[in-house]
Design a protein around this ligand. Sequence first.
Ligand code: FAD
Length: 476
Amino acid sequence: SVQLVWFRNDLRTLDHSALSAAAAKGPVVGIHLACRRQWRSHDHGANKISFLHRGVVALQKELAALDIPLLYADIHDFAAAPKALLDAARRCDAEALHFNREYPLDERVRDEKVADAFEQAGISSFSYADHIAFEPGELLTGQDEYYKVFTPFAKAWHQRIDADQLALRDTPRRQTRLDIASDPIPELPEPDRSDIVSTSSSRVEDEPWPAGQEAAADRLSHFLKQRARRYDNDRDFPAVAGTSELSAYLSAGMISYRQCLQAVMANNGGHLADGDAGLASWTNELVWREFYQHIAVGFPRVCRRRPFKLETEKLNWRYSDKDFEAWCEGRTGYPLVDAAMRQLVATGWMHNRLRMVTAMFLSKHLLLDWRRGESFFMQQLVDGDFASNNGGWQWAASTGTDAAPYFRIFNPTTQSQRFDPDARFIARWLPELADLPAKHRHQPSPEQRHQTGYPAPIVDHRRARERALEAFKNLS
Ligand code: FAD
């Protein structure tokens, strides 16, 4: 009898734990619930919502090739999920519901309510580990606690990872056609459309972030052929297209971590941590992704807009809309920060080095509450992922899991000289500075600022640093 598979942030048919398990039991019907009001309350912006929507359209086609229908409902928020799923289960006379587990708090509460509702209705429901290799709680310290620091977590991850966790799940075979039709997927309402431009310079694409598992597989193979072996050298330089740009695909589940790591091993003599330095370093980033998912479960306060380090709750953040807007709009007078913010707003993506630089600038130099920045990032990012975004922000603001003390404060000018040595990235995103000699683009003189219309720095680095140190010092 029919098995209902609920697709959420796992919009693919390949290597999909729930789909694979369901198909082994009987014919499958898929369902997707669009929860746009809930997503908006989680700060998902137009870029992300459009990407997910296009991903669902692609998924419906991928499923159709297997004769699996995809049902669709707009339910606004998570609270309506149990009823919508039960209605669907009854409509297709399903024997059971199957879905892959998600880890942020609201998602876990939603899934518990769904499982309860199915139990009460006498219909089975099954959830599966799929998004990460270890379930939160499976990798603990010697004291049976969640890891609070990345390096020992990564060490334990590498020691314990085994072939089962990396094995690709079976793709279902084409099934006998059911007497159930797919639902039409409505067009996105106008405000959810976006004009995003991809940062991938090497290919011409009709869609800036083409959605779906095929597009994800193309990116992975392009990365492996063109970028992976230089990844450890190139990954910190925003002017170089050196990273995979797979984050949006991983967070929407158009590709799985297993597919990525299998590809690493296939290109690296079966190794993850050893062998090619580029591939080993890339694997490490996927472990970071997993680390933050564990943090979201181990320390659920981070899902309630609270800091990981509780003592930082007392921090006296400044409040200035003017400074916040200057940061959002790329008008701080620090060229690398401004170039990065303009990249984010124009493309829905920002290079990792620059996410760190801009987040630290907001929370340390401007001493503005990191949560404002976290929300703004989420509203812009096509790859917005609660655990990684929150983890990255708290790391930068020294309220999170960073092992380094709060007095590590990046100097945005020296970061610029070091990681954008020819100021090519700055020239690309701040055209007003493009004609200055490269070395002046990092820190234009007052006269050059006057001539180009580029603003004066909104804070003095040294004084801002002292102000931040003072604020953090007073906490203990
Ligand atoms: P690659 O360098 O090719 O890395 C491969 C994959 O590893 C990425 O696609 C991503 O899934 C994962 N990854 C890489 N770095 C990290 C990291 N530091 N933490 C967690 N996972 C990582 N990543 C998101 O996916 N969504 C977010 O919303 C997000 N917000 C961030 C906010 C801040 C303030 C910071 C500092 C980092 C954030 N990151 C986020 C992590 C990282 O910046 C992006 O994953 C990365 O830039 C994506 O580019 P890529 O796919 O080319 O990465």
